[in-house]
Design a binder for this molecule. Sequence first.
Ligand code: SER
Length: 736
Amino acid sequence: MTGQVFTSGQLRERYLAFFAARGHTRVPSDSLIPSGDPTVLFTSAGMNQFKGYFLGRRTDLQRATSAQKCLRTGDLERVGKTPRHHTFFEMLGNFAFGDYFKREAIQWAWEFLTGTLDYAGTRPSPDREQLCLRLPAAKLWVSVYEEDQEAHELWRALGMPEERIKRFGQADNFWPANAPKEGPNGPCGPCSEIYFDVDEQVAGPQSVEIWNLVFTQFDRQPDGSLKPLPKPNIDTGMGLERLTAVIQGTPTDYETDLFAPLITAIRALPRQGKVEAQRAAFAERAVADHLRAVVFLLAEGLLPSNESRGYVLRMLIRRAHRLGRSTLRIEAGASKIFLSRLIPAVEQAMQQSPYAKVLAEKRTSIQKAIDQEETQFVQTLEAGLSRLEELIAKARQAKPAVLSGEDAFKLYDTYGFPLELTMDAAEEVGVQVDRPGFDKALQAQQARSRGASQFGGDVFATERLAVRQALKDLPSREGQFVGYDALHAETRIRGLWDGQAWVTSAVAGSAVGLVLEHSPFYGESGGQIGDTGWVEASDGRAEVTHTGWVDDVLLHQVTVREGQLKVTAVVQARVDVERRIKIARSHTATHLLHWALRKVLGPEAVQAGSAVEVERVRFDFSSLQPLREEQRAQVEQLVNARVRLVDDVATDQMRLDEARREGALALFGEKYGSTVRVVRIGDYSKELCGGTHVRHTGYVGQFQIVAESSIAAGTRRIEALVGEAAAVQQQRGQRL
Ligand code: SER
């Protein structure tokens, strides 16, 4: 027994309440689909949503606490084979941004876990004690980074015996792991980990790492040096599943209340025969793990596809199906599918979580999507299984027994077999798959289909950090862009990038990246293309051919047409007004289209991406069915009716939670700060949006859908024209 037994729901709540009582703002979990961070596919840690605070770009919070939904696929093969690896999990965390540091992080972690103030068991006041977990001190031990004397001393000062403090190197006790040696550049720091060992051993076989306290105190530089951050930060992470297993005294995470209903439901499915116990235990756990991930990803509006995130979702569904059918030998009946029967068990396990309501609301669409993907996979399997078996048999004969990268790719490309499944099936009979060969074949195909890049701007091919470092005291992102109202600004040149280095001047004929102190040019973001126009100095002028963001710096791609441009020169920056109005027209039309689609298809039609261009809109959305002809006409009519009614388009700044409460639509792929810009049209459309819009819907002029297609399973694309382009298209249509 480890003290009092709590449910996972109570643990989540106690943790947040404990840190709220210590001045931390409770911040809701960010979406699993990370917003505004192209470096990661999924949110993988509690700290992801706070990156802006760690880098000092945001300052409106000093302390925060969260229970973050996370997804990691790096350890996929281990899931189910070990007691505590998962794809989907929740991470409890407390964060400080230039506020408290190691001392408080260590003391509070100890207090929360044990309910005591030190190793000797000194009790705090009863009101402080009431949220703590009361784990026995003798079962806890810690590790510190070998060079972090301060952390070591802080643990010693709490009375932790020397032999219960291990010192490890940067592979174990630095976050990100090995950052000093290998990067990435940016915020990092030593960490101290807290372990639980039921046998009271130190580093024994039963030791479970439960909490990682990261002392984010360095900014790794491109030359590998560790520059101390002006204000060090705290980032802690504790897996809720592991903590629950420790508190509930279960041998693995899968017996806790977070998984037990699901494991029971999987076991209750009829089987065609007996399965060896160890293999069954592994497969049951992996299916349970994958199903949780699948249900949460679908609840966030993601749908299976062949690309990036959608592919991961597809792969998890297919892997769960295959483990169920071939390893557990589940008897699935005539439909041959079974996964969606487990959804109620996921809901049951999440009943005490903040997600109970959304899971119930999305139940039907989650079920539909799982059934559809699983059915499609059953058909794929039937068509390709004999081919897979043939290729594996051929590979078995070879010495060494390796399935070639091209064959694995053919199975993937032609038969829809995710690589992971081919690997699973091959490895079951001792055949290895040539992974690098597969990657090569995949890359070759991607290069073929990508063709020429849309923007030839080599000047932007620059290490992101170098831009930020060279231009340190630039105004903030919001301060640089002044173009919501003004399309002209008198400003100053702050930087010129010639593709290799920052230079002080650029002469006629050269193409450079230009940074201005303030700029009316909209930088490509949120699907809206960047502005073009002119920048004029007293002794030269340059054409702006594209504007985009590199990190938080607005970078104008320019060609100097006359004279020269010099850093610090005062310039007149003029946006191409007509083009901007045409783009604004498209953006307002995009919001109208989004509103109309949801009206016609229901709230499941979620925006999955968009391109807002000159009188042209491309809009991707999740939907399991194509838009029927009459629905397409209905959408067009709804939009054009609102255009003719000349509704006001207004923008407001408000707090994110307020905007959410008011029901503003927030989209994937966008990072929202705690203050957000909300664009409303009339009283029917409200979206968080940083783009430029016309002042009323009448300016859109006309709206016409020109194409509707499928771009991936479950994702449809609408292409539409607005304004003059729509009028011209219509005239053409009539003349034909
Ligand atoms: N970022 C650290 C981790 O993911 C602590 O939250 O382990």
